[in-house]
Design a protein around this ligand. Sequence first.
Ligand SMILES: Cc1cc2nc3c(=O)[nH]c(=O)nc-3n(C[C@H](O)[C@H](O)[C@H](O)COP(=O)(O)O)c2cc1C
Length: 369
Amino acid sequence: MWRRFLRPLLFCLDAERAHRFAMALFAFSMRLPCVRALVRWRLFPREPVLRVRRFGRELASPIGLAAGFDKDARWFDALSALGFSFVEVGTVTARPQPGNPRPRLFRLPADRALVNRFGFNNLGAQAMARALARARSRTVLGVNIGKSKATPNAEAAGDYVESLERLWPFATYFAVNVSSPNTAGLRDLQAKDELRGLLGAITRQNAALAKKRGAEPLPVLVKIAPDLLDPEVDDVVDLALDLGLAGVIATNTTTSREGLVTAPDKVQRCGPGGLSGAPLASRARAVVERVYSRSGGRLLVIGSGGVLSAEDAWELFRAGASLVEIYTGLIYEGPTFVRALSRGLARKLRERGQTLDEVIGESARARKN
Ligand SMILES: Cc1cc2nc3c(=O)[nH]c(=O)nc-3n(C[C@H](O)[C@H](O)[C@H](O)COP(=O)(O)O)c2cc1C
């Protein structure tokens, strides 16, 4: 149904419009109890072998939705029903902002890829807090925070901290996004000294908020670009360990256009932006492996990039990911994708008689020996 009918129909529309239209329709239909029940019955994966414990919670599977799909948390309830065991909303910024001019999202079907230059279009942290206050889902919630465009890098920490404060009561974890290619200068925040200042301010405020509420600080992860050089990845890992961060999300989209099969003039017409999907898979895997090895498995690694099949997810786990997130795969494979991934992963585990935790880091360890 998705491949033969719905996807061709949606792919006739401008990519951003198709996304909004499909999600608005889905979220609306999910208000009907019979649709909700049908979706849960047909789409929600039930694979006990995939259960994992992360963020101090039991998760039904290690598969989550990556940031950018639900920038304002307006579809959190509906997306939870698609079978994700966690949903990362955002990127949200302290101030509302319109993002870059349209068009700003492009499909490259021959490469099973997308190019986007949204530039953190979102309604701001306050609006997200209002949306989350209304949400009913108990699904693990990651809140991905970024810098408002109007805020200079020198004042970035205050901007991130403002979002952290507003959204702290709702989040299970925070993802600090310093890796989007679509906000000028943002990726400079990945440099050692800048990142220490930023993450230091965030972890201090996280601890202060936790103390005020008599709770534990929330897990904080940093999301990095696939375009970092290996020594730069090592620096981020060392800093994350030093500051007591929970983990690293590897990776965001890439500015590289290497290895695409799409005609170069079509690629060029998309203009600048971050590339996601299949062409990102091998670099994302390499960064995941680097983070896992450098940290000796002491950081939680969320693998993100190019998961379009159970085999892709499997390889990310073997590289060292403890969880995986998907975005582009959902666009190309449709709403049954999470179930298909879950089934494929569960089959592999059963065939091999392994638990997921035994698989994590297998290829990274093999390379070391
Ligand atoms: C249209 C689009 C918008 C995105 N927006 C964000 C964002 O706001 N914040 C973020 O951290 N990552 C964002 N991403 C990156 C994804 O979260 C993910 O890390 C990346 O796309 C790689 O995964 P994939 O190959 O499964 O899509 C976006 C990706 C796409 C395709």
